[in-house]
Design a protein around this ligand. Sequence first.
Ligand code: ATP
Ligand code: MG
Ligand code: FE
Length: 349
Amino acid sequence: MVILGIETSCDETAAAVVDAERRILGEVVLSQLEEHRPFGGIVPEVAARSHLQHIDRLVAEAMKRAGLGFHQLDAVAATGGPGLIGGVIVGVMTGKALALASGKPFLAVNHLEGHALTARLTHGIDFPYLLLLASGGHCQLLAVEGVGRYTRLGTTIDDAAGEAFDKVAKMAGLGYPGGPLVEQAARVGDPARFTLPRPMKGKPGCDFSFSGLKNATRLLIESLPKPLSTQDGADVCAAFQIAVADSIADRTRRAIRDFKTRWPTGRHLVVAGGVAANTLLRQTLIRLGNDGGLEFLAPPLSLCTDNAAMIAWAGLERFRLGLVDGLDFAPRPRWPLDPHAKKVGFAGV
Ligand code: ATP
Ligand code: MG
Ligand code: FE
């Protein structure tokens, strides 16, 4: 079984071919980072135009690397949402056109399901498992029970973790994207010089919040002499990073307890999303997993951030169960994985 996947929901244009033996036969990811950098963040119109410009070539390249023709595919999968709607439309239209032209079924994949199932592609693990998804657009803890079966244990009530990293980097004059730059600065910083709040720590449930911490960081930066010295910037970054890690640790510790009680057969704690690149967070999660009796697994970073292999794989998992979509599928800017989860004011969840 061979599936082509297309991803265009954010700022990566990507195409990949995977098979049922968990092999990635061909993969390409084009980051739009340089196009958005001058604006200090993602500009939706720029993103959509860029997806449109590159997607045909990238699909052709992924197929070429796989050494396959369209007639050899079993189905075509594209991210159907959630995400920036202009980009999602480009991917869905491309996927539908390829499916129609080659007479193959079309699969609309939830981008979050792509992230959620990646560990089954990379590590072949069984359901159920606990997932922390921490990216530029999302911060959630999910019990992954099966294909299409997710229970959200917690989500952010305001900003995503990656978004907070990006904003703090901007405030500290470090540039975009912020996560790697904040981490790099924090390496020579003293995390104990300033104390920033640990949002939600000790609160019931497993929800996250980062806007208060972001604001406290802004006030701290404003209180320091300008221009900000390298050491002051590094100390702020270190204080911010440890506050994020501490807050995520507190929420994840609670989620592990909840997960172990409700899904006692589960054995793994899995991470996905760009924030999973953060070394301090990884170390924290390994420790939490050990303490809580779950093995910590992290897919390689290229499969933690947005990519099309995860979309092809999620499509394959759905296709195996006979779950195909019609060509009348309408792109969804919002598409919660857990339809029963309470609504919170955050895009895409
Ligand atoms: P989504 O996947 O939710 O649609 P996205 O495409 O912005 O959104 P990713 O590409 O998975 O998310 O991850 C990018 C985010 O990860 C950015 O916010 C970036 O700052 C953050 N990030 C990357 N590296 C690090 C790091 N080392 N430490 C902390 N955050 C990081
Ligand atoms: Mg991205
Ligand atoms: Fe993503």
